[in-house]
Design a protein around this ligand. Structure first.
Ligand SMILES: Cc1cc2nc3c(=O)[nH]c(=O)nc-3n(C[C@H](O)[C@H](O)[C@H](O)COP(=O)(O)OP(=O)(O)OC[C@H]3O[C@@H](n4cnc5c(N)ncnc54)[C@H](O)[C@@H]3O)c2cc1C
Length: 415
């Protein structure tokens, strides 16, 4: 019974029928198409184009699918999709969802015309799939985004932007059809003086630098992107020049007035995107836990299944408890994001921190439960453990999440 004078808020922790249907469909794709291909593409360390193509054919690799989940009014569409795909395999799943990172950059900052022009070119179609890259990190600007050096200068006579610099760690960097590049337009303003640009397919001056050989998520391509006098039309500045000029004028005015005001809520954009990474981590952790549970109930030593030993059973209990707790934090933050709730305790960062640390721990415990087999490539948990290590690094390291949470709680500026 609601208390008199109060409204009963609608609240449920269950997926609705439509969401369950989508989840089961994604799970089927993850189990039948992604998981069987995982070991091969991990060894090959290459983008799994045939799997992306399969995903495009059934509609999983498309803007429509991504947008549908993104705008799910419960907020659970994206975390549910990420968990299932990454349950299949993290490297392949990142190859499938990596384009989404660049697409969200355009959706969030682009004009309607830019969205309509560039996002379809990011995905291509089922017969000719394309990928996109989001290039922000640089060799000297990882956690410290404000020290970015890639520079974009406006050439008014030609209405073109000239971009120079080196980006690193770009998922799909150099193999993408469309690159979204963040660059400095006003060095005086730190991170407030950044803007994002589309670099269209085939633009001279953009090239791939080193392709990284990685510890995990090896089916996902990660590389440097070199920008050498890259010229893009004025229409490639996301949001347009007028909006940029207004934003820069506001930032200069604020700087003149003595810097930023203290905020007591963490930055909404990151808080809204980080739970998605948390959901990826939940997917990997759950995958390893399931393998470990199955193994523990079938492997016998000393005449009984190893799960009959409390030392093994308690590990499984802890693994499952952490995974469920991580999912709840992810769902809470995703629900807050879609409902426009202020992240007064950096709840998005919290969910990413806890879920990514959980994935690292749970995948290590899974190796332990599988004994010698866990340590070989005959079983998937060693790959899952290598994959899990990325979650505490990208989209802000665990240390940066803690810093954001602590500063938000203390009411001091994030930077
Ligand atoms: C596989 C992969 C894919 C990626 N994909 C992309 C992509 O598509 N696009 C993109 O732009 N970037 C991407 N990144 C980059 C990623 O976001 C950065 O690696 C990450 O932000 C960390 O930056 P860094 O590697 O320079 O580490 P650094 O910032 O140098 O950090 C090194 C260590 O110092 C710690 N540290 C740094 N500052 C502090 C502090 N103030 N307090 C406490 N500890 C601190 C960090 O937590 C970390 O442990 C990717 C990275 C990888 C590995």
């Amino acid at each position: 019974m609601p208390l008199e004078g109060t409204d009963m808020a609608e609240f449920t922790m269950e997926l609705n029928d439509e969401q369950k249907e989508v989840r089961d469909w994604l799970h089927g794709f993850a189990a039948d198409v992604i998981r069987p291909a995982a070991a091969e593409w991990d060894e090959r360390e290459e983008t799994p184009w045939p799997v992306i193509q399969e995903a495009a054919k059934v509609g999983i690799y498309s803007l429509d699918f991504y947008a549908q989940q993104y705008f799910d009014p419960t907020g659970l569409g994206i975390p549910m999709a990420m968990e299932e795909l990454f349950w299949g395999d993290a490297g392949i799943a990142l190859s499938i969802v990596g384009t989404g990172l660049a697409a969200v950059g355009v959706l969030a900052n682009g004009t309607e015309e830019q969205i309509g022009t560039w996002i379809p070119q990011m995905y291509g179609d089922a017969n000719d799939v394309k990928v996109a890259a989001f290039c922000s990190s640089e060799p000297d600007a990882g956690s410290d985004v404000a020290s970015m050096r890639t520079r974009a200068v406006y050439d008014e006579a030609k209405d073109e932007w000239v971009i120079n610099g080196t980006k690193t760690w770009a998922t799909n960097g150099g193999i993408a059809n469309v690159h979204v590049v963040v660059a400095v337009v006003d060095p005086e303003l730190g991170s407030k003086g950044h803007a994002s640009f589309i670099v269209p397919p085939g633009t001279p001056g953009l090239s791939q630098g080193q392709k990284f050989k990685k510890h995990g998520i090896r089916a996902s391509h990660t590389a440097e992107v070199i920008l050498d006098n890259v010229r893009v039309p004025g229409s490639c500045l996301l949001g347009g020049k007028e909006k940029l000029d207004e934003r820069l004028a506001r930032a200069r005015e604020k700087a003149r007035q003595g810097g930023e005001r203290v905020k007591n809520a963490a930055m909404a954009t990151f808080e809204a995107s980080r739970p998605a990474v948390g959901a990826m981590a939940v997917g990997t952790a759950r995958a390893a836990y399931e393998v470990a549970l199955d193994y523990a109930t079938t492997r016998e030593q000393f005449g009984r299944p190893i799960v009959d030993n409390q030392g093994v059973a308690f590990q499984l209990a802890d693994m499952r408890t952490s995974i469920d707790a991580a999912r709840l934090l992810v769902w809470r933050a995703s629900w807050m994001a879609i409902n426009g709730k202020p992240f007064t305790a950096a709840e998005g960062s919290m969910s990413k921190l806890f879920a990514s640390e959980t994935a690292k721990k749970v995948t290590a415990q899974a190796i332990q439960i599988l004994g010698g087999n866990g340590y070989t490539r005959e079983y998937p948990v060693e790959r899952m453990h290598r994959d899990a290590a990325i979650y505490t690094i990208f989209e802000g390291t665990s240390e940066i999440q803690r810093l954001v949470i602590a500063r938000t709680l203390a009411g001091v500026p994030i930077r």
